[in-house]
Design a protein around this ligand. Structure first.
Ligand code: ZN
Length: 490
């Protein structure tokens, strides 16, 4: 590996050099969506961030096993153990079978992720497909004396756990504070303490999603699925666990506690958390009227939007911020991202036109840009700094093109390599419209310009101007230079 990768580890609160358990291999688990609604802006950030992270690790030569789950059972309306199951509720409201809801929204999620040009994970397990393993893990935690059963439900015993381990080690919460903050138990709850969490819940008679278990007909707690599926597909100890900041507590804290009981101390070596998206400075929420689905973004069909924004613009917009930093969404910021992306991608078209000459002097600048781009990406996935270096490259391309001087072949190769390997390969940024048809469009424009040159040589200015105006009307702008007519698409 020519580049060393550094990751900020939420567990140790330090940036650490990444050292995989098995050299050359990476096991990554990322908490996926609970599929009960249309994919929205909040899904886009982790989708894109972990996609770029996986692409980077592959570029660095690692073989990556990327597991991202689908939550289709057990995620209740509140993070505490009450409220209706999110999927069961949607199914009740829509008069559908819960698995119809799951299927419908999983397909929509996949479609949105594909539009955002994210690669599918290596394995995408569903919680409902792992009930047997979840029951086995509940039993293991009971056997270890870290859980108790009440009326058919099983709860994790934080007090017993805290005698041996540190509950709160990941999120930085302190148990004593939690004890004070947590509301008193509501009537009818069986938990011994409000901060204990459910491993298994007995289903109420009207609850449709239920499975038999040694304790009751019921369903698993939400946090359990990730402990079960990560160990099943990545092993008892694995490299990296990722997810959104919103999952840090209680979801990941509970996951870590379950892992510690069943697998020993250090089950996960690096924890990564992406920050969330705000909208015009506010948290996104249905009640605030600023909830935006990805479909609305792509179509422009939302009161907060002045126009449609392409998936590639959204992708670029997300990468303009560091994944651990805040990202504030606004129509204006997306318009700026659209211009920035266009400028970055157009640099390649300009680069293609620059000629090479083996006698031309090799410039250190290209090498320097390449080194800084990789250094930024390997420094805890610092995409904004990497993009700044790439924009320096675009400026350099324009300077060289304007000078009409040829480039050294190795410099051009390096610049083309940065577009192929980093812009397209790692960042996943591609020209989306007519990408396949670009060679044909280029051929057509060149042909039309050829006729225009002929008209000009006959001093047929009418025809020449008409061609220029017609092309301009289509968004193709031409500039007459001494030797050749240059053109660019809007
Ligand atoms: Zn999870």
């Amino acid at each position: 590996m020519p580049h060393e990768l550094f990751i900020y580890n939420t567990l140790t609160r330090k940036k650490e050099k990444f050292e995989p358990l098995v050299p050359g291999h990476v096991g990554l688990y990322v908490c996926g969506p609970t599929v009960y609604g249309d994919p929205h802006l909040g899904h886009a950030r982790p989708g894109v961030v972990y996609d770029v992270f996986v692409r980077l690790m592959k570029d660095l030569g690692y073989k990556v096993r990327y597991v991202r789950n689908i939550t289709d059972v057990g995620h209740l309306e509140s993070d505490a153990d009450d409220g209706e199951d999110k999927i069961a509720k949607k199914a009740r409201l829509e008069e559908l079978e819960p698995m119809e809801i799951v299927q419908h929204y999983t397909i929509r999620y996949h479609k949105a992720m594909e539009q955002l040009n994210t690669l599918p994970p290596s394995i995408e397990p569903r919680a409902s497909g792992h009930i047997t393993e979840q029951i086995a893990m509940v039993q293991q935690i009971l056997d270890a004396g870290m859980a108790y059963e009440v009326n058919g439900s099983v709860y994790f015993d934080i007090e017993a756990y805290s005698k041996k381990h540190n509950y709160g080690v990941l999120s930085g919460r302190i148990l004593e504070d939690l004890q004070v903050q947590t509301r008193d138990l509501e009537g009818g709850e069986d938990k011994r303490s409000p901060y204990d969490f459910a491993l298994w819940k007995k289903a109420a008679p009207e609850h449709i999603m239920r499975w038999p278990s040694p304790w009751s007909d019921g369903f698993p707690g939400w946090h359990l699925e990730c402990s079960v599926m990560s160990s099943k597909y990545l092993g008892q100890v694995f490299d990296i666990h990722g997810g959104g900041m919103d999952l840090l507590f209680p979801h990941h804290e509970c996951e870590l506690a379950q892992n510690t009981v069943t697998r020993g101390k250090d089950s996960i070596r690096y924890w990564m958390h992406n920050n969330l998206i705000t909208i015009n400075g506010q948290k996104m929420g249905k009640s605030l009227g600023n909830f935006i689905t990805l479909e609305e973004l792509f179509s422009g069909n939302h009161p907060l939007l002045s126009q449609p924004f392409s998936p590639m613009t959204i992708r670029f917009f997300i990468l303009q911020a560091h994944y651990r930093g805040p990202l504030d969404f606004s129509d204006q910021a997306l318009v700026a991202a659209q211009t920035g992306l266009r400028r970055l991608l157009r640099g390649e078209t300009q680069l293609d036109k620059i000629t090479t000459d083996p006698k031309a002097t090799v410039s250190k600048e290209w090498q320097d840009i390449e080194a800084r781009t990789y250094a930024a990406l390997c420094d805890d996935l610092n995409t904004p700094v990497a993009l700044a270096a790439l924009f320096e490259m675009v400026t350099l391309i324009h300077t060289v093109a304007a000078s009409n001087q040829p480039m050294a072949p190795q410099d051009k190769e390096r610049a083309i390599g940065l577009y192929r390997r980093v812009v397209q390969g790692v960042l996943g940024l591609e020209e989306e419209q007519n990408r396949d048809r670009m060679p044909m469009i280029e051929g057509l424009v060149e042909m039309i310009l050829e006729y225009r040159t002929q008209a000009r040589s006959r001093k047929d200015w009418d025809t020449s101007d008409k061609i220029r105006d017609s092309l301009s009307g289509l968004g193709i702008h031409i500039k007459d230079a001494a030797e050749k007519t240059e053109w660019d698409i809007e």
